[in-house]
Design a protein around this ligand. Structure first.
Ligand code: FES
Length: 162
């Protein structure tokens, strides 16, 4: 019986190609795993910030909203009303289940298309299932410019005297 020393045996070209291929595949696997780990780590390190629209809305000057006007700001989901008591801002989101209400200028009333809630021009409930008036938002006069902060709710009777 003779022993064959594999390490001493000449390597065929075919064997060399197989080793090279396995080396390349192993390197690629490590590169993919390392890259995936690096990407995951970088994503983990970055804060997961949710970009939201600004909460302060610039309305304009008092003169831009004549007495008796109900200004509808669809994108900002706001109504701005100028009455003889002053100016106030209301959310246009229905207090029932959160649908967007619509202002009917002919009836001078606000209605919700979802379940039929109705509000007067001051946001008070006049019909339907809405449990509360439309939510008033903080409105301030800064340097002659009206600014609404949509994050801050104020009382149902809040009016900015102008
Ligand atoms: S969401 Fe407005 S009436 Fe229901």
């Amino acid at each position: 019986m003779t022993l064959v020393d594999d390490l001493q045996a000449p390597v065929s070209d075919h064997e060399l190609d197989r080793r090279k291929a396995l080396g390349i595949l192993t390197g690629a696997a490590f590169a993919i795993a390392g890259g995936g780990t690096a990407i995951t780590t970088i994503r983990y390190m970055r804060p997961n910030v949710l970009f939201e629209p600004p909460t302060k809305v610039t309305i304009g000057s008092v003169a831009d909203i004549p007495m008796g006007t109900l200004l509808v700001l669809i994108e900002q989901k706001l109504y701005i009303a100028h009455t003889d008591e002053g100016i106030f801002a209301m959310s246009s989101v229905c207090t029932h289940l959160g649908c967007m209400t619509r202002y009917d200028a002919e009836k001078n009333a606000i209605a919700c298309p979802c379940h039929g809630s109705k509000f007067d021009a001051a946001g008070n409930v006049t019909g339907g299932p809405a449990p509360r008036p439309l939510v008033r938002k903080q409105i301030t006069l800064e340097g002659g410019v009206l600014i609404v902060d949509t994050r801050k709710d104020v009382g149902e009777s809040f009016v900015l005297k102008v």
